[in-house]
Design a protein around this ligand. Structure first.
Ligand SMILES: C[S@@+](CC[C@H](N)C(=O)[O-])C[C@H]1O[C@@H](n2cnc3c(N)ncnc32)[C@H](O)[C@@H]1O
Length: 241
């Protein structure tokens, strides 16, 4: 099961109508996810204008109400507060933008205030496939075969540390785990809907910067609460109302 099938299964079970995606690129995930209202955020969409228009006109069920924001996720949450307020509860999200600890964490912390206890975040790339793939770069362009001779083409970055932060920072408030499929699908849900502070705690953040891929490999259950794919049916059952 990959991120797209998992998200579609949850949307279907929960009858979710509001989807937010950080990191869209050419629309592989955006256009195969079936949801009525969508937000797509990417500073560099690789989707021709005509394609967007065609989807709007001909794929009425899934893309009539797709809102594209060609900007970084930070700019989106900073500049589009009014839009988000009107959008209402964000029911399901895919976090798949910049694959760094800092940015992935900020993306999750920015979405959480717009979620309720039924909402869910799926975060891609939480269980890196190799040491080179787990390298933290701020740009995909740096990540070339020349720099990493053993690189096999995947880039997951150190996104996984954001899972570690969330697990340790919010043990009573968030349910957080990673499913061992599709480079690690991070799952984040609220345990309650009480008001909370989701500002980034810089001191807390620093604790995990020096953790390595080897640390993760030694103890993925402890560091990212890694679960096998067998957990998927019980995850889906949560959405059976
Ligand atoms: C791995 S691709 C997304 C793939 C897509 N979700 C899919 O499954 O087909 C990552 C995308 O994140 C975008 N990105 C990079 N930095 C970002 C940021 N700060 N905010 C939002 N998107 C970002 C890149 O432009 C790129 O298109």
């Amino acid at each position: 099961m990959n991120r797209i099938r998992l998200i579609n299964s949850i949307i279907q079970k929960a009858n979710f109508k509001k989807y937010l995606e950080i990191g869209t690129r050419s629309g592989t995930s955006l256009y195969t996810i079936s949801c009525k209202n969508k937000i797509a955020i990417d500073p560099n969409f690789i989707i021709p204008k005509m394609e967007k228009l065609k989807r709007k006109v001909f794929d009425i069920k899934n893309n009539r109400k797709t809102h594209y924001f060609e900007m970084t996720s930070d700019d989106f949450f900073e500049q589009k507060k009014e839009f988000l307020k009107n959008f209402g509860t964000v029911e399901i999200s895919l976090v798949d933008g910049m694959h760094t600890y800092h940015q992935a964490l900020k993306d999750v912390l920015n979405i959480l205030p717009f979620m309720d206890e039924k909402s869910i975040i799926v975060m891609h790339d939480c269980f890196p496939v190799s040491e080179p793939a787990s390298t933290a770069y701020n740009s995909e362009e740096f990540f070339t075969k020349e720099k990493h001779p053993e690189w096999t083409g995947e880039w997951n970055g150190d996104t996984w540390k954001s899972i570690l932060y969330l697990l340790k920072k919010y043990p009573n408030d968030l349910e957080v785990f990673v499913i061992d499929t599709d480079y690690g699908l991070g799952i984040i849900q609220k345990k309650h809907n009480l008001p909370m502070n989701f500002e980034l705690d810089t001191e807390f953040f620093r604790q995990f910067i020096s953790y390595t891929f080897q640390d993760l490999k030694k103890n993925p259950q402890e560091l990212i609460n890694l679960k096998s794919k067998d957990i998927i049916p019980s995850l889906l059952n949560r959405f059976h109302y």
